[in-house]
Structures are given as structure tokens and as C-alpha cells.
Write a protein that binds this ligand. Sequence first.
Ligand code: G3H
Length: 490
Amino acid sequence: TLEQTEYLINGEIMTWAGERQKVYSPVCCKTADGFDSYIGSYPLMGKEEALKALDAASEAYNSGRGTWPAMSIEGRIECMKKFVFYMKEQRDEIVKLLMWEIGKNYADSTKEFDRTIDYIIDTIDAVKNLDRDSSRFVISQQIIAQVRRAPLGVVLCMGPFNYPLNETFTTLIPALIMGNTVIFKPPKLGVLLHQPLLKAYQMAFPKGVVNTLYGHGEIIMGPLMESGRVDVLAFIGSSRVADILKSQHPKPHRLKAILGLEAKNPAIILPDANIDLAVKECVMGSLSFNGQRCTALKILFVHRSIADTFVKKFSEEVGRLQVGMPWSNGVAITPLPEPNKSEYLTALIDDAKAKGAAVMNPSGGYYNRSFFYPAVLYPVNSSMRAFREEQFGPIVPIAVFDDINEPLDYVIESNYGQQASIFGQDSTTIATLVDTLVNQVCRVNINSQCQRGPDIFPFTGRKDSAEGTLSVSDALRVFSIRTLVASKEN
Ligand code: G3H
């Protein structure tokens, strides 16, 4: 077990003596006296610590002319390299905690760690180019001006449980390297795995530049937002929580929000699609990490002429996915970390069944403790909850279409606008569809699943899916502002 007692504020690692939150793993282990899944605890901090973290971050940004924001890019890069060096030493521990805390399988846990390291290294490379590009001079009407990229201020970073490391760093790293100071709160599921990095922050960055908070968001976020002193809210999670946080700021026009929210990404499988390829991509696209990815395919639209064949092959493939412990070889489906998730997913299935759909794979929807066997629901229609709700779990709703306008209308009417996939072979048809879809979502994938990576690609969404574009160089722009130093030729 990991009894986390330490936190970092103003460069000091402090020990928490107050109330604590127990952490239970979704992975249950059999013990002599039954099942036990207790894996540790973390501090339940309050308003006082939240405001101390805010003071530290504000001070590091503003006082003494702001050592960190005024530091050269080269200086900040050196700090970041130091951080990467210390972080790499924690790989095994963090991978282990990813498996225990959120049930992510070994392959995906190592991938999450390694891609995060790559993300930091790519960010370091990108910031050098951005600096070169931004420091250029512009001359007009006898004014010569240097364009500089400057930081925004104090950033509050909060990441989601499904990528507690990678998605937190998607905002934390660009925010830091651009000279902002940060308060960050890890997600409640996936909090312990941040503990091994505490010393790395302390050793790599000047005091007050990174400050950590743990506890209930409802208790510690309110005072921060209400203070009006948070300049940037970098939040990846639900739109409900994002809206609450934004509304707590007394002057919303002074808050920049950078948000990664929800999605209901569709795949459109055309009559001439390569069915085997579409099945393979859609199984992985909808069920890797149990479908708990914002970029997962969350509904499939299949043309009636191939629907029977597609659904049969798809269901067989889903039936072959191994369900088991995160560390077992070849396991695809692992325990779900969110409390009561199986009940929610069951309600979606029951609703669809009552309205005429069926579960197409024999074990689909069966659950035992936090294990939930993936379910293929077919045929779904607009009367069912699974048609519009973001399931964020191992259920794959499949709808049939006759006319291509049916899936296109779905996308246009959706509250979300992140990504879509098209499977087919006729390039003219695909090009026509792409022309419509690019105006509704932010990435169209041809003959492949939806996904965020490679992480150097721009990543965003429309409507309720996102605000601001992330991923390496875009994120550097998002966490900074162009300023001018202008002088007039007299
Ligand atoms: O949950 C959202 C993640 O950014 C998805 O990333 O598509 O690489 O799994 P991914």
C-alpha cells in the first residue's frame, strides 16, 4: 500500500497530518479473510492549503519580477530536462500504480508512461522552434517591433482518470515551459501514481512554480476559482464540472479555459468497406482500455447491405477479447475503476433491449465486481439512451443506415464534435463525406479508428467536446500570448 502523506507547496515538501481519503483498487485480490482492494490513501486538503498553493503560484509568477516567467527559454528547457531525467527513474513504480489504481493493462500503462516522456521531449523541441519563430521582428509604418511569446499567469491543471499521467501532462508541461506557474490536482482515480514525481518537481523547478493539491474538487477548487486569481483553467474531464468551475470565477472574461471534454465519435461503414479491416479497427477503436477514452468510437453506423456480415464478425471478434487482470499477458478488458459503472452500463443495455435491440455476443453485459464483459448492442436507434449518451465503457452500439444522410445528420445534430471515422474504398464518396465532416468534427479518420495520437498532431473538438487546441506546438501557443516590443524610428 502507498500511504501518501506528502504534498508540494512553494518548493517545500510538507507532511499532511489531517483527514485522509482511502483508495481502493478496481483490481480485487483474494485474501485469507475475503476480498481486499485497499491500496493506500491520500490527503484530503481544504481551503487553507488551496489558498497557500495559490499564493505560492502567484508569488512565483509576479514577485521579484517573476523568476520563472522571466527566465530564458534555454533556462526553462534545462529545468524540464532535469525533470525528465528524474521522471524516467520512476517508470516501474508509475506503471505499476497505473495498473492498480485504474486497471489499465500493462501494455497500455507502459505506453502511457513512454508517450508522456516523448511528449515532454517533443515539447522541448517545439519550444525551440516556436521561440525562433516568435522572436522575429516586424516593421511597418516606421515602427519596428519584436514579437515575443509570453506566459499567461497562474494555471490550474486537472487531468482525467483514464489518462491520469498523460492527459495531466498534456497541459502541465506546455504551461510550465511557456513560463506559467501551476497548481495541479490529480484526478481522484489515479492520484497515488503522481506521488513518485513529487521530489522530481521539487528538484527540477524553482519554488512555487509547481504546487500540488489533493482532495475533493468541490472543496478545494471553489476557493481557487472564486479568488479570481486563476488566469487559466486547464481541465480535462466532464463538461458539467468544467461549467461549474468556469462559473465560479468572478470575472469570466479574465479566465482562459483550455478544455478537453466529452465525445460520441461515430464510425461510418460504407457498403464497399473492407469488412475485416473495419472490424479490426472498430474493435480496438471502441474497446481499448474498455472504451474509457474520450477518442473511443462510441457508435458504429453500418450500411444495411453489409450489416449482417459486419455485426457477426464484429461480435465474434469482441467475444475473443481476453478479460482479466491488467498485468496478465494479452488481456484487453480489465476492471473498471469508476464506482457503480457496471450498474450504469447495465441500465443502458436494459433500455436498448426494452426498445428492440439485442446483445449480440454471448457473454456481453455480464459483470462480476468491477469486471464488465463488453457488449455489442444491435440494432440501436434514436429512441435508445445508448444512441446519444457517451457510455465511456465497454458497450458498442451499432446502428444500420440506408441513406448516408442518416449518419451525417447524427453528426450534425450531436452535442459533440471531436472525431469521426469512415470505412470505404471509393475515393470520390470518401472525399465528399470528408468535406462535410471536417466542418463538424476536428479529425476525420479514413479506414482507421479515432485516436488522439501521434501526440504532435493538433487535438481538439467542437461544441461540448473541447475548448482550445492541444498537442505539442498548439499547446505552446494556447498557454502563451503574443506580445510586442515596439520602437519608432524617429
Ligand atoms: O481520452 C482521451 C485521450 O487523449 C485519448 O488518447 O486516442 O491516444 O487513446 P488516445
